[in-house]
Design a protein. Structure first.
Length: 320
């Protein structure tokens, strides 16, 4: 997935969160609502999330060097992992702490109309942000469901934003219910419970994102569809007799490494082998453009029933 769509969604989310974070904090200061404070911290954390995602995208564009010969593409995974673990967890733990504190030391709301108005505006802005993320992600999702897209996407920005915006909207609903029930009943218990629910929601999202981004950091291979396309590209011509084994690894969201050992006729000349490898590489890149780093090792396939290859064969074999 290109970063273009991701950046558009990130900027939309950043603009929404910066604006409503300030308004939520002001509303908390004037009303004393614990839900508003939790939501204010949530929006500040979300703004930090978007800044980190933008920074990760820029870091990933650095050219490869001697220390990082495969480039810096995984910087995007690192920053997404920081977003999922640190900022979401900080927002979630703080909200849980604030909610428990208000359960132990309840107090009445002041200017209760203010947080309700702010929450309604925030719900509208967060809905706009989520709609933008959905619009940008839909072309990359294909026929997959949204959960499958979040689990399998190699570019972390849009999945992070989708979960973040969904959590933000759900948290706003919790806050609205907490404040609204407090106003109707006069019991500040509901405001505190809304804060606890917001905290639990953020921690849950942090766990889900942490699991998914950790998998990307450890290293994921190509999707089954791309693996099938690469295999078809290798074997569709006369150059290769068979694939002996193949491995793939994402070096970054937009860069796939393909390492494959192939069987080539034992009587092939070295120049013919080199030409065959170049042809196969071209077909792979045509079928799977994200396959940018390709290593093809030529070998000679020997029937297990034969003790050794024919004596007149030119054997090209590298160490296993």
């Amino acid at each position: 997935m290109s970063t273009t769509g991701g950046n558009k969604a990130i900027l939309a989310a950043l603009g929404a969160n910066l604006g409503i974070a300030l308004v939520k904090i002001v509303a908390w200061a004037l009303s004393g609502s614990a839900s508003m404070l939790a939501e204010g911290v949530h929006s500040i954390a979300d703004s930090g999330n978007q800044i980190l995602l933008i920074l990760g995208g820029r870091k990933a564009k650095k050219a490869a060097d001697a220390d990082h010969p495969f480039g810096y593409g995984r910087e995007r995974y690192v920053y997404a992992f920081v977003v999922s673990i640190i900022l979401f967890s900080i927002g979630g733990v703080f909200s849980l702490y604030e909610g428990v504190d208000k359960l132990r030391h309840p107090h009445e709301l002041e200017n209760a109309w203010l947080p309700i108005v702010v929450l309604l505006i925030a719900i509208g802005l967060e809905f706009f942000s989520l709609r933008t993320a959905l619009k940008e992600a839909r072309p990359h999702k294909g026929s997959e469901g949204w959960l499958a897209f979040i689990r399998r996407a190699k570019a972390p920005e849009l999945p992070v934003l989708l979960l973040e915006d969904t959590a933000a909207l759900t948290g706003l609903v919790f806050a609205f219910l907490g404040v609204g029930l407090t106003v109707v009943t006069g019991n500040s218990l509901f405001d505190a419970l809304g804060t606890v629910l917001i905290g639990a929601l953020l921690v849950l999202v942090a766990i889900v994102l942490g699991i998914e981004t950790k998998s990307l950091l450890v290293g994921e291979g190509a999707s089954p569809a791309d693996v099938a396309a690469i295999r078809e590209a290798i074997t569709s011509g006369p150059e290769v007799e068979r694939i002996i084994h193949m491995k793939t690894l994402y070096l970054g969201p937009d860069e796939l490494l393909v390492g494959v050992k192939v069987a080539i006729g034992g009587r092939a000349l070295l120049a013919d082998v080199a030409s065959a490898i170049n042809t196969v590489e071209g077909r792979i890149r045509e079928k799977v453009p994200v396959a940018r780093v390709i290593y093809i090792e030529p070998d000679v396939w020997s029937d297990p029933g034969l003790a050794e290859p024919p004596t007149d064969a030119i054997v090209i074999r590298a160490a296993d």
